[in-house]
Design a protein around this ligand. Structure first.
Ligand SMILES: Nc1ncnc2c1ncn2[C@@H]1O[C@H](COP(=O)(O)OP(=O)(O)OP(=O)(O)O)[C@@H](O)[C@H]1O
Ligand SMILES: [Mg+2]
Length: 279
């Protein structure tokens, strides 16, 4: 099976004058090699993620796109070490973490936000109390100032938000609080699994802006997961297209979106009217 992939953007390429463009991003933060996850056995086995290889370059947003059931969340859970890999290798920041089990240290570097921010809230807890739960991992490092900084990083009026209860926040604000909670760890990788799927279009845009801001200002590496390839064009540097657990296309966002090479990618794009309207 062919994978429509471009050479990594960070790779030095000879320019017309013979000089080399420097590798922009250095060593990748994440290298996934032949990642595979099988659920079940024998004739009922599902290869939820099947021989998927890619790199996440530092300070870039990579979008994983694919239909429901294509294996996006399974891939995310393997990267988060919430789910062991069936086979393959995972390298994080230069170290092989495939079999690593000390997740406490790992989760300070790799944080995630999920689809439904409301489910993570206790309705009787203020934002301060929700964020304070990170004390389990952070201990005395978790100061009030660190909470304020994290809330400011996601564009919330920090002092005002700390004392609020979930019902006093909009859906978009709740999702920003969840991103702030992830940022408390000062992670180098943030995984956002359908983090915008339950928001309406304008709130979705604010979250996408938060993510691009975090990339541009804090140099955060982000894995953005969505079933809507239309969102990928707003935020991504790199796009990975999953179909039935296989990586069918991978490359720079602009190339994948405006010059898709795989029929499955074309099919996803055909379902996005906006892109055609934009010409
Ligand atoms: N714990 C599990 N046990 C058995 N099968 C599973 C399990 N988790 C996922 N699967 C199967 O693996 C495949 C991929 O599921 P996954 O949740 O990764 O897809 P997804 O791309 O995240 O879908 P969605 O867009 O609906 O979130 C599906 O066929 C799913 O039924
Ligand atoms: Mg999913």
């Amino acid at each position: 099976m062919s994978i429509e992939a471009d050479p990594p953007a960070g790779a030095a390429t000879p320019a017309a004058d013979g000089t080399e463009t420097p590798a922009a991003t250095g060593a990748p933060l994440v290298v996934a090699e032949h990642l595979t996850r099988v659920f079940g056995r024998g004739s009922t086995a599902v290869r939820a993620v099947d021989d998927v290889s890619f790199e996440l370059r530092r300070g870039e947003i990579t979008t994983v796109v694919g239909e429901s059931g294509s294996g996006k969340s399974t891939l995310a859970r393997m990267l988060l070490k919430l789910l062991p890999v069936s086979s393959g290798r995972l390298v994080f920041d230069g170290a092989d973490v495939t079999g690593r089990t000390d997740t406490t240290a790992y989760w300070r570097q790799v944080q995630a936000v999920f689809q439904d921010p409301f489910s993570a809230f206790n309705q009787f807890f203020t934002v301060r109390r929700l964020l304070a739960r990170s004390r389990r991992l952070l201990g005395a490092e978790l100061t009030e100032q660190r909470m304020l900084d994290a809330l400011e990083q996601v564009g919330l009026p920090a002092g005002d938000v700390l004392g609020r209860y979930p019902h006093q926040l909009s859906g978009g604000q709740r999702q920003r609080v969840m991103i702030a909670r992830a940022l408390l760890m000062r992670p180098s990788l943030l995984i956002a699994d359908e983090a915008t799927s339950m928001l309406d279009a304008s709130l979705r845009a604010t979250i996408l802006n938060v993510l691009t801001d975090l990339r541009d200002r804090a140099g955060l590496t982000i894995l953005f997961i969505t079933h809507d390839i239309g969102q990928a064009c707003y935020v991504s540097d790199q796009v990975l297209v999953l179909s039935q657990g296989r990586l069918v296309e991978a490359g720079p966002a602009e190339r994948v979106i405006f010059d898709p090479r795989h029929d499955y990618t074309r099919k996803l794009l055909a379902d996005v009217p906006r892109l055609h309207d934009a010409g």
